[in-house]
Ligand binder design. Structure first.
Ligand SMILES: Nc1ncnc2c1ncn2[C@@H]1O[C@H](COP(=O)(O)OP(=O)(O)OP(=O)(O)O)[C@@H](O)[C@H]1O
Ligand SMILES: [Mg+2]
Length: 341
């Protein structure tokens, strides 16, 4: 069983969700339900398993159900039908005090609109979660200082949110979420309001932190480039339904349908695809398949990094795994075809 299990979730918004649910189960889609009953289908039979320590991205167009999905994880909303569990624990069965403790101790949340408390300075914003948990001032300020420094805001402890740029405010948001050392970080469009360059910095920052911390991160975005960059796996929602779940390369190489394909069209494939996923594998009998004079490349190298080698050399290349064993070959032609899609 995975760390977070979402099983057979339906979420229907409106005065009588159960009766609308019968129609949904009978095969009616979101538009039909809305036309016939006035109810909105938020999620339609969604099941997902999220592993401990992975960065799991949920993406889809506006209204596809991304926020609805993440709100099931902190139980801001309850499903019309289905189950949600963390580490085998059914969070839908939790009473209010247990749920509050679960949210405070095990979840960290980062929102698009930063959600900082305007009348508290950076230090007190970052220490807020620990304060609520009853941690003594000295201890919580020590922990907060560590995270403030870690996100690059040392020296800004006494500043107030309106004295900071958007990017800096989001760093405070991230530090605040991490200060309580949660198991899971929930991030709903956390970087979407930032300028492109600042946004890219924040993505790098998050990936650097994650390489050390190995939190379970559920990250929502409507930007596929962002999803491909930071996600270990990506789930794609459309009209409340799950259309595809896969690693970045799987999404780009084998989009499940036209909707996913439309997302992947503008993507820089050279930053996503790796040698291993497009090479010609060497099967055991074929010792001659790779030639001595070909340059070697690593199986996990991205095409963006291989391309200069391929262009400079003009020959095929030998793809090697971490143990330096030749596992495949890659020709310039294969690279060009993969980049064109
Ligand atoms: N509280 C609510 N009451 C009624 N309908 C809702 C409610 N919350 C969400 N919905 C509907 O559920 C569907 C999914 O909404 P949701 O907010 O999850 O989409 P989203 O993918 O997060 O979109 P965005 O990218 O715009 O944030 C939409 O059709 C929305 O109108
Ligand atoms: Mg949303």
């Amino acid at each position: 069983m995975s760390y977070i299990e979402i099983r057979n979730i339906f979420k229907i918004f409106g005065p009588d969700p159960q009766s609308a649910l019968e129609l949904v189960k009978g095969g009616a889609d979101k538009d039909e339900i809305l036309a016939k009953t006035g109810h909105t289908v938020g999620l339609h039979y969604v099941s997902l398993s999220i592993e401990q320590g992975e960065t799991f991205v949920v993406m889809g167009l506006s209204g596809s159900g991304k926020s609805t999905l993440i709100r099931h994880l902190n139980r801001l909303i309850d499903p019309t039908a289905g189950e949600v569990s963390f580490g085998g624990e059914d969070i839908l069965a939790m009473d209010i005090p247990t749920l509050n403790a679960f949210r405070r101790k095990r979840l960290g949340m980062v929102f698009q609109r930063f959600g900082l408390l305007p009348h508290r300075n950076v230090m007190d914003n970052v220490a807020y979660g620990l304060e609520i948990q009853g941690t003594a001032r000295k201890e919580r300020e020590a922990a907060a200082s560590k995270w403030i420094e870690r996100v690059g805001l040392e020296g800004y402890e006494a500043k107030y949110p309106d004295q900071l740029s958007g990017g800096m405010q989001q760093r405070v948001g991230l530090a605040r979420a991490l200060a309580t050392d949660p198991e899971v970080l929930l991030m709903d469009e956390a970087f979407s309001a930032l300028d492109p360059l600042i946004r890219s910095d924040m993505q790098d920052e998050l990936m650097k932190l994650q390489a050390e911390l190995h939190k379970t991160i559920v990250f929502i975005t409507h930007d596929l480039d962002e999803a491909l960059k930071i996600g270990d796996r990506i789930a794609i929602l459309k009209d409340g339904k799950l259309v595809q779940v896969g690693r970045p390369e799987e999404i780009v190489l084998r989009p499940a349908d036209d909707y996913v394909q439309a997302f992947t069209r503008g993507v820089n494939r050279s930053r996503v695809l790796r040698a291993k996923s497009i090479m010609e594998p060497i099967t055991s009998g074929e010792h001659q398949a790779a030639r001595e004079d070909w340059p070697s490349i690593q199986a996990h190298a991205r095409l963006a990094d291989i391309l200069p080698v391929a262009l400079a050399n003009g020959t095929s290349m030998t793809v090697r795994d971490a143990k330096d064993t030749a596992i495949g070959t890659l020709s310039p032609q294969q690279i060009v075809e993969a980049l064109e899609g």
